[in-house]
Design a protein around this ligand. Structure first.
Ligand SMILES: [Mg+2]
Length: 385
């Protein structure tokens, strides 16, 4: 059960199309970290972190990492703490990492996922069994329309609805007039039954601008407004002056952040990643706080590859409170294409068999651990360092 080694790759998969949002200046999907954690008996656990140097929380209080820093943190700072330890003692190992290396939740999330994968394989059970068991097998998806030309967004929306998607996530937060026009055009194109949710990525310049945009978009029956502006105090002003539910993403990294959101009444919904809190175990603790306060949650991320997607699915499958459709990419490989456009971020992947996609949902895999097989030849093929 002892950990023998940790090794990382920086991966860049070929993109179906570039994806971007307000405040994003790093190519999404370039240099994402893949971690191989090996036990002394040869069992392998896989982890992944989608590291973006300009992805972060409000006012610089939380931040992502860059692929280069994540690699150094894992291999030079965290691996020496873990080698020789019992992989089953996940809570203890997370505490040890937190004690000796502050921060770096993405590096720690990759390790946490690899530990869960290894432990699941040791006991012959899926990771969701380690997280409370299967609450749902099918995880509902939202397709994310990044910042793009309005007509291109409308065409893509129609295409993914034809592929079974029932919820569209629309990136806004650049220009109020353009954003409102986009939502109007999308509503007209997809009809009244498709759910539209918008994500401003803190892009509106003030809470009043955010509130005005939200009120106009309410006329197009948006489901909820995600992170309209920066800062809990400003989020609270929006949330308390509109009937449209407000979702916190950049403001919600840790369980402690969620406590503050509750205290400020700054949101009714949370965008939950397995990475922001530092792994699956800490995500479950964050979800417990959210559940106690009646906040609804989705699973979100930054364009996960197959390993990260598996982590997303096991977390969503085991958590009753994650009942909103999440922006989990639909994994395809060069050999097996699940969807043409819906959730389709990469033209190939590092796992052998993509997850089953059906009617706007993905199914959590049933095999031991994460339930995936990583293609190590593709890790070498797509490695950028
Ligand atoms: Mg978001």
């Amino acid at each position: 059960m002892k950990i023998k080694s940790l090794r990382t790759w920086r991966i860049a998969l070929p993109l179906r199309r570039p994806h971007t949002w307000a405040g994003n200046f790093t190519p999404v999907g370039y240099g994402y970290t893949v971690l191989k954690l090996e036990l002394e008996d040869g069992t392998v656990g896989w982890g992944e972190a989608q590291v973006l140097k300009d992805w972060g929380g409000e006012f610089g209080s939380r931040y992502g990492e860059a692929p280069q820093t994540t690699k150094i943190v894992i291999e030079e700072l965290l691996a020496p703490l873990l080698v020789g330890e019992d992989c089953r003692r996940i809570e203890l190992l997370l505490a040890k990492m937190d004690k000796f290396v502050r921060g770096y939740p993405y590096a720690k999330a990759a390790i946490d996922v690899a530990l869960h994968d290894a432990v699941g394989k040791l006991y012959g059970i899926p990771v969701y069994q380690l997280l409370g068991g299967m609450y749902r097998r099918e995880v509902a998806l939202a397709h994310s329309l990044g910042l793009m030309d309005i007509q291109v967004a409308v065409d893509e929306a129609k295409h993914v609805v034809d592929e079974g998607i029932t919820t569209l996530k629309v990136k806004v937060g650049i220009d109020a007039k353009r954003d409102i026009e986009l939502v109007r055009r999308l509503r007209a194109a997809v009809g009244p039954d498709v759910k539209l949710r918008v994500d401003a990525n803190q892009g509106y310049k003030s809470w009043k601008e955010a509130l005005q945009v939200t009120r106009v978009m309410q006329g197009e029956n948006i489901w909820y407004m995600e992170q309209p502006c920066e800062g809990l105090e400003n989020m609270a002003r929006v949330a308390q002056n509109t009937e449209v539910p407000v979702m916190a993403d950049e403001s919600a990294w840790t369980a402690h952040d969620v406590l503050r959101i509750i205290q400020f009444q700054a949101a009714e919904m949370l965008s939950v990643y397995y990475t922001k809190p530092g792994g699956l175990l800490k995500s479950k603790k964050l979800l417990a706080v959210a559940e106690a306060a009646g906040l609804r949650c989705d699973i979100n991320g930054s364009g996960e590859m197959g390993i990260g997607n598996a982590a997303n699915l096991h977390l969503a499958a085991s958590s009753a409170i994650i009942d909103l459709p999440g922006t989990i990419p639909v994994t395809s490989t060069a050999q097996i294409v699940r969807t043409k456009v819906a959730g389709h971020k990469y033209l190939d992947d590092i796992i052998e068999e993509p997850f089953i996609y059906r009617d706007g949902c993905m199914l959590v895999p049933e095999g031991p651990g994460l339930g995936i097989t990583v293609n190590e030849a593709k890790l070498d093929q797509y490695s950028v360092g």
